[in-house]
Every structure is written in structure tokens, then in C-alpha cells.
Design a protein around this ligand. Sequence first.
Ligand code: ZN
Length: 287
Amino acid sequence: MIIDAHSHVGWNKIESGEDLIGNMDTYGIDQSIVHTWELQPSEIDDYDKATLSNSKGIRIGEVLRACSIFRDRLFPFYCPDPRKKNASLKIEESVFKHNIRGVGEFKFPVVLTSPECKRFFEVARANLLPILIHLEKPGLTYDNGGQNSYWSGGDFKEMIRVVRAFPEVQFIGHGPEVWRAIECRYMDRPELFPKGKIHNFCGDVFALVETENNFHLDISGYSGLNALYRMGELAPEFFNQYMDQIVFGRDNFTCVHQEFIDKLNLDPEVIRKIYHENITKLIGLEC
Ligand SMILES: [Zn+2]
């Protein structure tokens, strides 16, 4: 049983629920969580323009359409733009109207400790919704040069603050700034996706997982994959040590994360937890 905790429709050539299901069948994915990603026109860069089907990003309507057709395989997460009026009310309404399973993908240039986000976390707490957060800092260099101007949530210290301030809310961390924090001196590094092996678990991300059981790691996307590559021989220990708080996700509709995990020969218990049991608990589904 494999659940992809981080998926979309209307992005990267996956236009519809049918496309997503076809892709999942190709890679042996049983179920997926489908996230919205709302964007303001001024926030769309050339890459997003080329990969998004809709210039407004991924809206709740598209996600619900896909999930309503494939009810037993696709489950909706919804995250309205926190800068908009009534955003937290919209989340509450969609729990009752549309049976959303969580808040996500949070990917907005808003600091996690802002009053707008605080309201989100209060709604998540009241409705027992997990929240998936894309964390990204601006002004960092890409692998091929150039710098990112987009940012979301703030730096990892912001994540630490909100995870500790809302112990009843289940946070799922994702994105470059989460995975930069696997090494001790990540704040000094100028790269969005730093390279080089890590030799121990001294980064802030591990300290947060170890001390706060409401913080979970989504390994999806290039940022997650890059971190797994950087762990190298430490990767089995990473999965063994943090097995209760890691969730499998792809974000990019490929099988690269699965290939990495499957080569590690992890114990069946670890495999079960990361591939489906942890996310199943978070979204309140039966195993
Ligand atoms: Zn995503």
C-alpha cells in the first residue's frame, strides 16, 4: 500500500484526476492527497507559467472535481490564501461541505508567525486538520545560477516557533528551507539546494522531529530528494530513527523517491509507516 501525501492536479502535465490516476497506476501508487496551490498573478514566475494549467494556480474546484470522481483514491487538502479575508472561514466551511482532509499546500509569501497564519493554525486545531507547509527563503542560488525571489513561510526558525506554539496541530514540513536544515550551519549556506554529504543528524530539522511529535517530514519534490542524496549511507538510519514522523510524497509525479527508498532494504515496519501508516493516521483514514 502506497499513499502519495503530496500531489496536485493542473500542474506539470497532470491536467485532471484521470491523468493523475493514470500516473499513479504507472508507479503503483494506491492513493494520493491532492493539494491546492493558490497564487497571485504577480507571484507566477516563468517556470510556474510553463507548468501550471491555470494562471491562478491550483484552485479548490479542480481538486474537488478530481477527488469526487475518484473518491476511494484521491483525498483533498485545501489552503486558501491567508492574506484574503475570510480565509480561515473558508477552511472551516470546506471541512463540512467538501470533507477536506487537511490544510495544504501552504505556499504563500506570508510569515508563519503572522496573525493571518495564527488564525489558520487555530482553525486546524479546532477541526483536527493536519497542515502541510512549503517552506522557502528568498535570495538563495539555484543549482544552475540565478536566485529565487519567491518565498513561503519564512526560515526554519519560524517553523520551529509555530510547531512549538501549536502542539495540538500536526505540521507536515516540506520544501527547500526544511531540507536545508539537515546540516548544522545551513543558515550560512547561500544555496537553495545545497550539496555535499552530511555526516550526522545535527541540523535543526532533526532536533525538531526529536522533540516535537507534532512535526512530520514530507520527503517529496527535488528538495526532499536532494536531502536524501546528501544523507547517503545515513539514509537507512534516517528512516529507522524517524520512522514515525516521515511521510512519503512525490509532488513531481515521478518514481525517483520510491526508487531511492526501495534500494535501502528497510524493515517492513518502517516501509509501512512511511508509505502509508503515518499519513493515514494524520488524515484520519482507516488503514
Ligand atoms: Zn506541491
